[in-house]
Design a protein around this ligand. Structure first.
Ligand code: ADE
Length: 243
């Protein structure tokens, strides 16, 4: 899958060379192209922003250089389709469902806005708008990195084994169960006995129950939409009764 980023700071995306995403790039499972709209300016200062019409403080990103950067990417892709996503705090809250949908695409183009503002006509260049959450970043770059990481880890060949992408928090609408490794006792806290029992059915049941408990305690909103089986409902009943 191809990830394209239009950003004033392409060097921020060098971090994607580290770890599994670096390996995924080496293996050609993903391709990351970050370009700056400054390349598509025609003045000495490579100006990408200007004062806002109507007055006020701060500078506003101009639409021209961004539109030209997008045209350039279209051309380099040889006319293959992409989805253009603008990162802005006004967008829809990014979720695992977005990551899943994006991971089905051949190409995703992320356009990073910036904190002081961008010309409204830049919105018209994008297919959709996504926000990382209800807080304001200096620009869309950190949000774009999060979108790339959440999407790329769902692609075949990016994680070591195929199961690990599915079996984690949020992928089935619940939070993940608690995990333990050695030592068996750490600062007085023991690993739950059942995990050392070798009884795989009992362990699976315990994990499901703890996943439900954790979701109920920390993110009850997720329980409203999670697909629960009859056994899940029984487990929740047990939790409610303190069993
Ligand atoms: N740009 C600035 N803040 C942002 C946010 N919360 N999400 C996405 N892009 C942003």
């Amino acid at each position: 899958m191809r990830f394209e980023i239009v950003t004033l700071f392409p060097e921020l995306f060098d971090v994607l060379r580290a770890g599994l995403l670096g390996k995924a790039q080496d293996a050609r499972a993903i391709d990351i192209q970050a370009i700056t709209p400054r390349e598509f300016t025609h003045d000495r200062h490579r100006t990408v922003d200007d004062a806002p019409y109507g007055g006020g403080s701060g500078m506003v990103l101009m639409p021209g250089p961004i539109a030209q950067a997008l045209d350039h990417l279209d051309e380099a892709r040889g006319g293959k389709p992409t989805l253009r996503v603008l990162l802005t705090p006004q967008g829809a809250r990014f979720s695992q469902a977005h990551a899943r949908r994006f991971s089905e695409l051949g190409s995703l183009t992320l356009v990073c806005g910036r904190y002081e503002g961008f010309d409204e006509r830049i919105r018209g260049l994008a297919d959709e708008e996504v926000s990382l959450g209800d807080f304001v970043l200096l620009g869309g770059e950190a949000a774009a990195l999060a979108v790339i990481e959440a999407t790329a880890r769902l692609l075949p060949g990016v994680l070591g084994n195929d199961e690990s992408a599915a079996d984690e928090s949020h992928s089935d609408g619940l939070l993940e169960y608690p995990q333990y490794t050695r030592p068996e006792e750490f600062r007085g806290q023991k690993v739950p006995e059942i995990l050392r029992s070798g009884n795989h059915a009992a362990i699976a049941r315990w994990r499901r129950k703890e996943s439900l408990r954790r979701t109920r305690d920390r993110r009850p909103d997720l329980l409203e939409t999670a697909e629960l089986t009859n056994e899940d409902r029984e487990l929740l009943e047990e939790i409610r009764e303190g069993r």
